[in-house]
Design a binder for this molecule. Structure first.
Ligand code: RTP
Ligand code: MG
Length: 135
């Protein structure tokens, strides 16, 4: 299996709920290592650029508004199959459809306030890690 890196964001709802540690603990228990980490208040421009792939979607303005509603924790996670491992830990986008025991099933409120982001492919991971952590 390949060692990969993926970009994780603990979204404003989960930061406000005080579950940063519980979420990071799930990453660590699954063998993912935090290799970059920053608590950050995103600007509107940063959130729009990050989610640029969704800019024509009807939910884009709400998504950006939510992502700047409070601080987030941006992390790069490293480990075997990190991208898929993280997506499995997160669960489905809509917490009502997320499998029991996943982060979204346990901590998310709604499809909008859904606790975490995770890169969905190797290409997204490379772009998203560089977006926040380019040296
Ligand atoms: P994320 O990018 O945040 O990790 O979430 P995802 O891959 O599971 O979902 P994606 O399709 O990339 O959508 C990004 C975020 O937009 C919101 N969304 N709302 N109302 C809707 O139909 C809808 N669809 C997506 C969600 O908050 C999702 O996390
Ligand atoms: Mg996505």
């Amino acid at each position: 299996m390949a060692i990969e890196r993926t970009l994780s964001i603990i979204k404003p709802d989960a930061v406000a709920k005080n579950v940063i540690g519980e979420i990071v603990s799930r990453f660590e228990k699954s063998g993912l290592k935090v290799v970059e980490m920053q608590l950050k208040q995103l600007t509107k421009e940063e959130a729009e650029g990050f989610y640029a792939e969704h800019k024509e979607r009807p939910f884009f303005a709400d998504l950006v508004g939510f992502m700047i509603s409070g601080p987030v924790v941006v992390q790069a996670l490293e480990g075997e199959n990190a991208i898929l491992t993280n997506r499995e830990l997160m669960g489905a986008t809509n917490p009502k459809e997320a499998a029991a025991g996943t982060i979204r099933a346990d901590f998310a409120e709604s499809i909008d306030a859904n606790a975490v982001h995770g890169s969905d492919s190797a290409e997204s991971a490379a772009r998203e890690i560089a977006y926040f952590f380019s040296k």
